[in-house]
Design a binder for this molecule. Structure first.
Ligand SMILES: [Zn+2]
Length: 324
């Protein structure tokens, strides 16, 4: 496909019927795999890991609609929590953030004990379906969006190979580095070889802006195309012809996650409205949890990913330190 095939349709993040994508070619619903027949890495893009995060679906279905195929190795495209997505579509727009998942967070369900022990939740069942696909990948881009933050950013395990790949992709320029094991359950990006310092496989998570920003779809597609070019899966010429906006070089800013706060009370609340990337002085109040006030534990404490749905034991806000 070249530019002359007609301009690509706009990649707006808008919920729509995805039933036509259910039947892939892998025997697993909503999983599509293409083999170039040539040596190369196994590369994948995941959308709808969270049901209400539409932009990943936008990018994945754009790639499927365009009939994109790998020039080397394999390309696998999937939609994760379709059950939550379908419930979101059937619900009122103001309730969309409630449909991140159905029974449990799909992106906190990748530990062996959940996979083997949770025989009830829809999400653990889906993880068991997706596990062989996930574990087969050398490179994975997991596409998300946030409730409040319009600024796109990467999130990945702080491993040299992940830093290199994120730089090769190019954007977004804000990188959030995970030490591993900081969230309340194992994430897909930390599963198996992705989280193993001695392995080669790499997973990058990208947050593409706010859930309902139409531009988040363009950002998702842009990062997906740049990711596939960086992995050698697609020609750079094809990517240059189809990316929604020209590549914009900005210096990388890195933030290391120091703490993920989980309240012990359901009625915990934030001290003020946060979006993400606010920088607080040590001692500044962040949240109230019963009698306790969570304050910034160090200077230049960066607020990331405040949740709109607060519950005891659930990740409420991430605190990070500026690296460079
Ligand atoms: Zn998400």
């Amino acid at each position: 496909m070249r530019k002359g095939d007609g301009d690509p349709p706009p990649a707006k993040a808008v919920a729509r019927d995805i039933a036509p994508y259910r039947r892939g070619n892998t025997g697993i619903d909503f999983v599509h795999r293409f083999d170039s027949g040539r040596p190369g890495p196994s590369v994948a893009i995941a959308g709808l890991t969270h049901g209400n995060e539409i932009c990943g679906m936008t990018a994945v279905t754009w790639l499927l609609d365009r009939g994109v195929r790998p020039r080397a190795g394999t390309l696998t495209l999937w939609l994760g929590n379709v059950a939550a997505y379908e419930r979101m579509r059937a619900d009122l727009p103001e309730r969309h953030t409630r449909h991140r998942f159905v029974d449990r967070d799909l992106n906190r369900a990748w530990a062996d004990e959940v996979i083997a022990g949770d025989l009830v939740s829809l999400e653990a069942h889906r993880v068991r379906e997706l596990l062989p696909v996930v574990e087969a990948q050398d490179r994975l881009l997991d596409i998300h969006s946030t409730t409040y933050c319009g600024t796109p950013f990467f999130v990945y395990r702080d491993l040299p190979r992940a830093r290199v790949l994120a730089e090769q992709v190019g954007g977004p320029s804000a990188h959030v580095l995970l030490g591993g094991g900081q969230y309340s359950g194992l994430t897909m990006a930390e599963r198996g070889r992705f989280g193993d310092a001695g392995a080669e496989a790499t997973c990058l998570v990208v947050e593409c802006g706010r859930h309902l920003d139409a531009a988040a779809g363009d950002t998702a597609l842009q990062v997906a195309l740049d990711f596939l070019a960086a992995c050698g899966t697609l020609d750079r010429d094809f990517v240059a012809a189809h990316r929604p906006a020209p590549a914009a070089a900005a210096p990388t800013r890195r933030f290391r996650v120091e703490q993920v706060f989980r309240p012990v009370h359901d009625d915990a609340r934030f001290a003020r409205d946060f979006v993400s990337f606010e920088t607080l002085p040590a001692g500044a109040p962040i949240a109230f949890d019963g009698d306790r006030t969570l304050t910034a534990p160090f200077d230049e404490c960066v607020i990331l990913m405040p949740t709109p749905v607060i519950a005891k034991g659930r990740d409420m806000v991430t605190l990070a330190r500026i690296v460079d």
